[in-house]
Write a protein that binds this ligand. Sequence first.
Ligand code: MRU
Length: 386
Amino acid sequence: MLSAACCVMASKRGRDEGMTSHRPLRALEWVGERDGFLRIVDQTRLPREIRYLQLNSADEVREAIMHLKIRGAPAIGVAAAFGVVLGMRQARYRSAADALAHLERVVNALRESRPTAINLFHALERMHRLGHSIITAPEFQPQVNDLVLRLLAEAKAIWAEDRQMCRALAEHGAALIQDGMGVLTHCNTGALAASDYGTALGVLFVAWERGRRFTVYATETRPLWQGARLTTLELKWRGIATVLACDNAAGWLMRLGRVQLVLVGADRIAANGDTANKVGTYSLAALARMHGIPFYVAAPTSSFDATLPDGSAIPLEQRSPLEVTQPFGLQIAAEGIGAENPAFDVTPADWITGIITERGLIQPVNRATIAALLQSESPHKVTAIS
Ligand code: MRU
Protein backbone atom coordinates (compact mmCIF):
# COMPACT_ATOMS: atom_id res chain seq x y z
CA MET A 1 0.00 0.00 0.00
CA LEU A 2 1.16 3.52 -0.69
CA SER A 3 1.44 5.38 2.56
CA ALA A 4 -1.12 8.11 2.98
CA ALA A 5 1.60 10.70 3.64
CA CYS A 6 3.27 10.03 0.37
CA CYS A 7 0.93 10.69 -2.30
CA VAL A 8 -2.68 11.66 -2.31
CA MET A 9 -3.50 14.92 -3.95
CA ALA A 10 -7.00 15.02 -5.39
CA SER A 11 -7.30 17.05 -8.56
CA LYS A 12 -8.56 20.59 -8.12
CA ARG A 13 -9.45 20.58 -11.81
CA GLY A 14 -12.24 18.21 -10.94
CA ARG A 15 -13.99 15.64 -12.99
CA ASP A 16 -15.73 17.93 -15.44
CA GLU A 17 -12.74 20.01 -16.40
CA GLY A 18 -10.64 16.92 -16.89
CA MET A 19 -13.24 15.14 -18.95
CA THR A 20 -13.91 17.98 -21.35
CA SER A 21 -10.47 19.57 -21.54
CA HIS A 22 -8.66 19.26 -24.85
CA ARG A 23 -5.34 19.48 -23.04
CA PRO A 24 -4.38 15.86 -22.48
CA LEU A 25 -3.08 14.73 -19.12
CA ARG A 26 0.55 13.87 -18.61
CA ALA A 27 1.14 10.37 -17.29
CA LEU A 28 4.03 11.64 -15.19
CA GLU A 29 6.03 14.73 -14.39
CA TRP A 30 8.98 15.58 -12.16
CA VAL A 31 7.97 18.58 -10.05
CA GLY A 32 10.69 20.80 -8.57
CA GLU A 33 14.42 20.18 -8.49
CA ARG A 34 16.54 18.11 -6.11
CA ASP A 35 13.89 18.15 -3.40
CA GLY A 36 11.06 17.60 -5.88
CA PHE A 37 8.78 14.61 -6.37
CA LEU A 38 7.35 12.45 -9.13
CA ARG A 39 3.78 13.36 -9.91
CA ILE A 40 1.65 10.77 -11.70
CA VAL A 41 -2.01 10.49 -12.61
CA ASP A 42 -3.50 7.45 -10.91
CA GLN A 43 -4.62 5.56 -14.01
CA THR A 44 -6.61 3.01 -12.06
CA ARG A 45 -9.13 5.77 -11.34
CA LEU A 46 -9.57 7.00 -14.90
CA PRO A 47 -11.87 7.92 -16.49
CA ARG A 48 -14.06 8.45 -13.43
CA GLU A 49 -11.65 10.70 -11.57
CA ILE A 50 -8.44 12.61 -12.20
CA ARG A 51 -6.32 12.02 -9.15
CA TYR A 52 -2.67 12.95 -8.86
CA LEU A 53 -0.23 11.06 -6.68
CA GLN A 54 2.97 12.54 -5.32
CA LEU A 55 5.61 9.85 -5.15
CA ASN A 56 8.49 10.58 -2.79
CA SER A 57 10.28 7.27 -2.49
CA ALA A 58 11.47 4.37 -4.63
CA ASP A 59 9.04 2.07 -2.81
CA GLU A 60 6.13 4.29 -3.76
CA VAL A 61 7.22 4.27 -7.40
CA ARG A 62 7.56 0.49 -7.30
CA GLU A 63 4.09 0.07 -5.82
CA ALA A 64 2.58 2.47 -8.36
CA ILE A 65 4.09 0.46 -11.24
CA MET A 66 3.03 -2.90 -9.77
CA HIS A 67 -0.55 -1.76 -9.33
CA LEU A 68 -0.74 -0.08 -12.76
CA LYS A 69 -1.28 3.39 -11.32
CA ILE A 70 1.31 4.17 -13.91
CA ARG A 71 1.58 1.76 -16.82
CA GLY A 72 2.59 1.48 -20.47
CA ALA A 73 6.12 0.44 -21.39
CA PRO A 74 7.78 3.84 -21.99
CA ALA A 75 6.09 5.45 -18.97
CA ILE A 76 7.20 2.80 -16.50
CA GLY A 77 10.78 3.10 -17.75
CA VAL A 78 10.79 6.83 -17.09
CA ALA A 79 9.03 6.42 -13.73
CA ALA A 80 11.59 3.83 -12.62
CA ALA A 81 14.44 6.21 -13.52
CA PHE A 82 12.96 8.84 -11.21
CA GLY A 83 12.42 6.06 -8.65
CA VAL A 84 16.21 5.59 -8.49
CA VAL A 85 16.63 9.33 -7.81
CA LEU A 86 14.10 9.17 -4.99
CA GLY A 87 15.63 6.01 -3.56
CA MET A 88 19.14 7.45 -3.49
CA ARG A 89 17.93 10.75 -2.05
CA GLN A 90 16.26 9.05 0.91
CA ALA A 91 19.39 7.49 2.37
CA ARG A 92 22.48 8.84 4.19
CA TYR A 93 25.76 7.07 3.37
CA ARG A 94 28.85 6.73 5.48
CA SER A 95 31.03 5.42 2.67
CA ALA A 96 31.15 4.62 -1.03
CA ALA A 97 30.55 0.94 -0.23
CA ASP A 98 27.46 1.92 1.71
CA ALA A 99 26.17 4.04 -1.21
CA LEU A 100 26.89 1.27 -3.70
CA ALA A 101 25.01 -1.30 -1.63
CA HIS A 102 22.07 1.07 -1.39
CA LEU A 103 22.09 1.68 -5.15
CA GLU A 104 21.91 -2.09 -5.74
CA ARG A 105 18.97 -2.41 -3.35
CA VAL A 106 17.03 0.43 -4.95
CA VAL A 107 17.61 -0.73 -8.53
CA ASN A 108 16.83 -4.37 -7.73
CA ALA A 109 13.58 -3.46 -5.98
CA LEU A 110 12.46 -1.43 -9.00
CA ARG A 111 13.48 -4.21 -11.38
CA GLU A 112 10.99 -6.47 -9.63
CA SER A 113 8.02 -4.19 -10.23
CA ARG A 114 6.98 -5.67 -13.60
CA PRO A 115 8.81 -8.21 -15.80
CA THR A 116 7.84 -7.69 -19.46
CA ALA A 117 8.44 -4.11 -20.65
CA ILE A 118 12.13 -3.83 -21.52
CA ASN A 119 12.00 -0.03 -21.27
CA LEU A 120 11.99 -0.47 -17.49
CA PHE A 121 15.21 -2.48 -17.54
CA HIS A 122 16.93 -0.22 -20.07
CA ALA A 123 16.19 2.82 -17.91
CA LEU A 124 17.32 1.11 -14.70
CA GLU A 125 20.51 -0.15 -16.33
CA ARG A 126 21.32 3.38 -17.45
CA MET A 127 20.67 4.82 -13.97
CA HIS A 128 22.68 2.05 -12.36
CA ARG A 129 25.64 2.55 -14.71
CA LEU A 130 25.75 6.26 -13.94
CA GLY A 131 25.30 5.79 -10.18
CA HIS A 132 28.00 3.13 -10.11
CA SER A 133 30.47 5.30 -12.03
CA ILE A 134 29.91 8.29 -9.73
CA ILE A 135 30.18 6.28 -6.52
CA THR A 136 33.29 4.34 -7.55
CA ALA A 137 35.15 7.47 -8.73
CA PRO A 138 38.07 8.37 -6.38
CA GLU A 139 36.65 11.84 -5.73
CA PHE A 140 33.26 10.52 -4.49
CA GLN A 141 32.20 12.08 -1.19
CA PRO A 142 29.15 10.47 0.44
CA GLN A 143 28.00 13.69 2.13
CA VAL A 144 27.88 15.77 -1.04
CA ASN A 145 24.69 16.27 -3.04
CA ASP A 146 26.29 15.66 -6.39
CA LEU A 147 25.13 12.03 -6.77
CA VAL A 148 21.41 12.82 -6.55
CA LEU A 149 21.72 15.86 -8.80
CA ARG A 150 23.47 13.89 -11.49
CA LEU A 151 21.00 11.01 -11.24
CA LEU A 152 18.17 13.52 -11.51
CA ALA A 153 19.72 15.00 -14.65
CA GLU A 154 19.95 11.49 -16.15
CA ALA A 155 16.32 10.66 -15.32
CA LYS A 156 15.25 13.95 -16.89
CA ALA A 157 17.29 13.08 -19.99
CA ILE A 158 15.53 9.68 -20.25
CA TRP A 159 12.21 11.50 -19.91
CA ALA A 160 13.09 14.04 -22.61
CA GLU A 161 14.41 11.34 -24.96
CA ASP A 162 11.19 9.37 -24.57
CA ARG A 163 9.19 12.46 -25.55
CA GLN A 164 11.38 13.02 -28.59
CA MET A 165 11.36 9.37 -29.68
CA CYS A 166 7.60 9.06 -29.44
CA ARG A 167 7.04 12.30 -31.31
CA ALA A 168 9.44 11.27 -34.09
CA LEU A 169 7.91 7.82 -34.50
CA ALA A 170 4.44 9.34 -34.61
CA GLU A 171 5.59 11.64 -37.44
CA HIS A 172 6.96 8.66 -39.38
CA GLY A 173 3.88 6.51 -38.88
CA ALA A 174 1.29 9.18 -39.69
CA ALA A 175 1.94 8.69 -43.41
CA LEU A 176 0.37 5.23 -43.15
CA ILE A 177 -3.00 6.63 -42.13
CA GLN A 178 -5.32 7.51 -45.00
CA ASP A 179 -8.67 9.30 -45.15
CA GLY A 180 -11.64 7.02 -44.57
CA MET A 181 -9.68 4.23 -42.91
CA GLY A 182 -10.86 2.20 -39.97
CA VAL A 183 -7.87 1.70 -37.65
CA LEU A 184 -8.12 -0.89 -34.91
CA THR A 185 -5.92 -0.44 -31.84
CA HIS A 186 -5.50 -2.41 -28.63
CA CYS A 187 -4.80 -1.44 -25.02
CA ASN A 188 -3.57 2.13 -24.40
CA THR A 189 -0.52 3.54 -26.13
CA GLY A 190 -1.04 7.29 -25.88
CA ALA A 191 0.13 10.10 -23.63
CA LEU A 192 -0.90 8.04 -20.61
CA ALA A 193 1.47 5.22 -21.60
CA ALA A 194 4.53 7.35 -22.34
CA SER A 195 6.08 10.69 -21.49
CA ASP A 196 4.07 12.73 -23.92
CA TYR A 197 2.52 11.72 -27.25
CA GLY A 198 2.67 7.97 -26.97
CA THR A 199 3.39 5.36 -29.63
CA ALA A 200 0.54 3.80 -31.67
CA LEU A 201 -1.93 6.45 -30.53
CA GLY A 202 0.71 9.12 -31.17
CA VAL A 203 0.70 8.07 -34.84
CA LEU A 204 -3.06 8.63 -34.93
CA PHE A 205 -2.79 11.98 -33.11
CA VAL A 206 -0.33 13.30 -35.69
CA ALA A 207 -2.35 11.95 -38.63
CA TRP A 208 -5.46 13.69 -37.26
CA GLU A 209 -3.53 16.94 -36.71
CA ARG A 210 -2.45 16.72 -40.36
CA GLY A 211 -6.09 16.65 -41.41
CA ARG A 212 -6.55 12.95 -42.06
CA ARG A 213 -10.05 11.77 -41.15
CA PHE A 214 -10.51 8.16 -40.10
CA THR A 215 -12.27 6.08 -37.43
CA VAL A 216 -10.47 4.38 -34.58
CA TYR A 217 -11.82 1.09 -33.25
CA ALA A 218 -10.50 0.86 -29.69
CA THR A 219 -10.74 -2.59 -28.13
CA GLU A 220 -11.88 -2.76 -24.51
CA THR A 221 -8.74 -4.68 -23.49
CA ARG A 222 -9.96 -6.88 -20.71
CA PRO A 223 -9.42 -7.59 -17.92
CA LEU A 224 -8.14 -4.14 -16.91
CA TRP A 225 -9.94 -2.24 -19.67
CA GLN A 226 -7.09 0.08 -20.68
CA GLY A 227 -8.76 0.53 -24.08
CA ALA A 228 -12.19 1.37 -22.75
CA ARG A 229 -11.00 3.50 -19.82
CA LEU A 230 -7.91 5.23 -21.21
CA THR A 231 -7.78 5.04 -25.01
CA THR A 232 -11.32 6.28 -25.56
CA LEU A 233 -10.57 9.14 -23.17
CA GLU A 234 -7.42 10.20 -25.01
CA LEU A 235 -9.11 9.97 -28.43
CA LYS A 236 -12.13 11.89 -27.17
CA TRP A 237 -9.92 14.66 -25.78
CA ARG A 238 -8.49 15.10 -29.26
CA GLY A 239 -11.83 14.94 -31.03
CA ILE A 240 -10.89 11.82 -33.00
CA ALA A 241 -13.78 9.67 -34.31
CA THR A 242 -13.80 6.66 -31.99
CA VAL A 243 -15.79 3.47 -31.62
CA LEU A 244 -15.32 1.21 -28.60
CA ALA A 245 -15.28 -2.44 -29.65
CA CYS A 246 -15.62 -5.52 -27.46
CA ASP A 247 -12.40 -7.49 -27.69
CA ASN A 248 -14.20 -10.43 -29.21
CA ALA A 249 -15.87 -8.31 -31.94
CA ALA A 250 -12.55 -7.59 -33.67
CA GLY A 251 -12.72 -10.49 -36.13
CA TRP A 252 -16.25 -9.73 -37.18
CA LEU A 253 -15.46 -6.02 -37.70
CA MET A 254 -12.65 -7.10 -40.00
CA ARG A 255 -14.99 -9.43 -41.85
CA LEU A 256 -17.45 -6.54 -42.32
CA GLY A 257 -14.70 -4.45 -43.92
CA ARG A 258 -14.58 -1.82 -41.19
CA VAL A 259 -10.88 -2.23 -40.43
CA GLN A 260 -8.16 -1.33 -42.93
CA LEU A 261 -5.20 -1.26 -40.55
CA VAL A 262 -4.30 -2.62 -37.10
CA LEU A 263 -1.88 -0.51 -35.07
CA VAL A 264 -0.56 -1.51 -31.64
CA GLY A 265 2.33 -0.73 -29.29
CA ALA A 266 4.96 -3.04 -27.82
CA ASP A 267 6.43 -3.95 -24.46
CA ARG A 268 9.43 -5.85 -25.74
CA ILE A 269 10.63 -6.70 -29.25
CA ALA A 270 13.17 -9.52 -29.62
CA ALA A 271 16.08 -9.39 -32.08
CA ASN A 272 14.05 -11.23 -34.75
CA GLY A 273 10.99 -8.96 -34.38
CA ASP A 274 8.77 -11.20 -32.25
CA THR A 275 6.77 -8.68 -30.23
CA ALA A 276 5.33 -8.87 -26.73
CA ASN A 277 2.34 -6.60 -26.19
CA LYS A 278 -0.91 -6.59 -24.24
CA VAL A 279 -2.62 -9.98 -24.25
CA GLY A 280 -4.98 -10.17 -27.22
CA THR A 281 -2.46 -8.69 -29.64
CA TYR A 282 -1.56 -12.18 -30.88
CA SER A 283 -5.21 -12.90 -31.69
CA LEU A 284 -5.58 -9.56 -33.48
CA ALA A 285 -2.49 -10.26 -35.58
CA ALA A 286 -3.84 -13.70 -36.51
CA LEU A 287 -7.19 -12.19 -37.48
CA ALA A 288 -5.53 -9.41 -39.48
CA ARG A 289 -3.44 -11.99 -41.34
CA MET A 290 -6.52 -14.06 -42.11
CA HIS A 291 -8.35 -11.00 -43.49
CA GLY A 292 -5.34 -9.57 -45.39
CA ILE A 293 -5.21 -6.44 -43.22
CA PRO A 294 -1.83 -4.75 -42.53
CA PHE A 295 -0.68 -5.12 -38.94
CA TYR A 296 1.76 -2.48 -37.65
CA VAL A 297 3.59 -2.11 -34.34
CA ALA A 298 4.68 1.37 -33.19
CA ALA A 299 7.54 1.39 -30.67
CA PRO A 300 10.61 3.46 -29.82
CA THR A 301 14.00 1.76 -30.01
CA SER A 302 13.95 1.62 -26.19
CA SER A 303 11.38 -1.20 -26.59
CA PHE A 304 13.83 -3.50 -28.41
CA ASP A 305 15.74 -6.23 -26.61
CA ALA A 306 18.59 -7.22 -28.90
CA THR A 307 19.84 -9.74 -26.31
CA LEU A 308 16.90 -12.07 -26.92
CA PRO A 309 17.10 -14.00 -30.20
CA ASP A 310 13.34 -14.48 -30.40
CA GLY A 311 10.12 -14.03 -28.47
CA SER A 312 10.23 -17.39 -26.68
CA ALA A 313 12.56 -15.92 -24.04
CA ILE A 314 10.48 -12.82 -23.26
CA PRO A 315 9.26 -13.01 -19.65
CA LEU A 316 5.48 -12.63 -19.70
CA GLU A 317 3.77 -11.23 -16.64
CA GLN A 318 1.05 -13.32 -15.04
CA ARG A 319 -1.36 -11.32 -12.94
CA SER A 320 -3.87 -12.24 -10.28
CA PRO A 321 -6.88 -14.37 -11.36
CA LEU A 322 -9.00 -11.96 -9.30
CA GLU A 323 -8.57 -9.33 -12.01
CA VAL A 324 -10.55 -11.69 -14.27
CA THR A 325 -13.07 -13.14 -11.83
CA GLN A 326 -13.68 -9.91 -9.88
CA PRO A 327 -13.15 -6.91 -12.17
CA PHE A 328 -13.32 -3.73 -10.06
CA GLY A 329 -14.23 -5.86 -7.05
CA LEU A 330 -17.42 -7.24 -8.64
CA GLN A 331 -17.61 -11.05 -8.58
CA ILE A 332 -18.71 -12.05 -12.11
CA ALA A 333 -17.57 -15.68 -12.21
CA ALA A 334 -18.74 -18.64 -10.14
CA GLU A 335 -17.24 -18.42 -6.65
CA GLY A 336 -13.91 -20.22 -6.33
CA ILE A 337 -13.31 -20.65 -10.07
CA GLY A 338 -9.72 -20.24 -11.28
CA ALA A 339 -8.68 -17.99 -14.16
CA GLU A 340 -5.78 -17.51 -16.56
CA ASN A 341 -4.52 -13.95 -16.53
CA PRO A 342 -1.45 -13.47 -18.71
CA ALA A 343 -0.88 -9.72 -19.11
CA PHE A 344 0.96 -10.07 -22.44
CA ASP A 345 1.39 -12.37 -25.42
CA VAL A 346 3.94 -12.62 -28.21
CA THR A 347 3.14 -11.97 -31.87
CA PRO A 348 5.47 -13.72 -34.36
CA ALA A 349 7.60 -11.36 -36.44
CA ASP A 350 6.34 -12.69 -39.75
CA TRP A 351 2.78 -11.68 -38.88
CA ILE A 352 3.88 -8.05 -38.47
CA THR A 353 3.73 -5.89 -41.58
CA GLY A 354 6.06 -3.24 -40.21
CA ILE A 355 7.47 -1.68 -37.02
CA ILE A 356 7.35 2.10 -36.80
CA THR A 357 10.24 3.54 -34.78
CA GLU A 358 11.69 7.01 -34.24
CA ARG A 359 14.40 6.15 -36.76
CA GLY A 360 12.06 4.99 -39.50
CA LEU A 361 9.93 2.07 -40.58
CA ILE A 362 11.20 -1.50 -40.35
CA GLN A 363 9.60 -3.42 -43.19
CA PRO A 364 9.89 -6.33 -43.67
CA VAL A 365 10.38 -7.31 -40.06
CA ASN A 366 13.30 -9.69 -39.60
CA ARG A 367 16.62 -10.03 -37.79
CA ALA A 368 18.60 -8.21 -40.50
CA THR A 369 16.32 -5.20 -40.88
CA ILE A 370 16.06 -4.80 -37.11
CA ALA A 371 19.83 -5.02 -36.62
CA ALA A 372 20.37 -2.44 -39.37
CA LEU A 373 17.99 -0.02 -37.74
CA LEU A 374 19.33 -0.50 -34.22
CA GLN A 375 22.89 0.03 -35.41
CA SER A 376 22.02 3.22 -37.26
CA GLU A 377 23.01 6.33 -35.38
CA SER A 378 21.16 9.04 -37.18
CA PRO A 379 17.48 9.12 -36.36
CA HIS A 380 15.16 10.13 -39.19
CA LYS A 381 17.74 9.42 -41.90
CA VAL A 382 18.44 5.71 -41.75
CA THR A 383 15.56 3.35 -42.32
CA ALA A 384 15.41 -0.32 -42.91
CA ILE A 385 12.72 -0.15 -45.54
CA SER A 386 13.47 -2.64 -48.27
O1 MRU B 1 -0.36 -3.60 -18.73
P1 MRU B 1 -0.10 -2.29 -19.41
O2 MRU B 1 -1.28 -1.38 -19.38
O3 MRU B 1 1.16 -1.63 -18.93
O4 MRU B 1 0.14 -2.70 -20.93
C1 MRU B 1 0.49 -1.70 -21.85
C2 MRU B 1 0.61 -2.20 -23.24
O5 MRU B 1 0.51 -3.37 -23.50
C3 MRU B 1 0.95 -1.22 -24.30
O6 MRU B 1 0.43 -1.63 -25.52
C4 MRU B 1 2.48 -1.14 -24.42
O7 MRU B 1 3.07 -0.90 -23.18
C5 MRU B 1 2.90 -0.10 -25.37
S1 MRU B 1 2.65 1.49 -24.61
C6 MRU B 1 3.13 2.73 -25.56
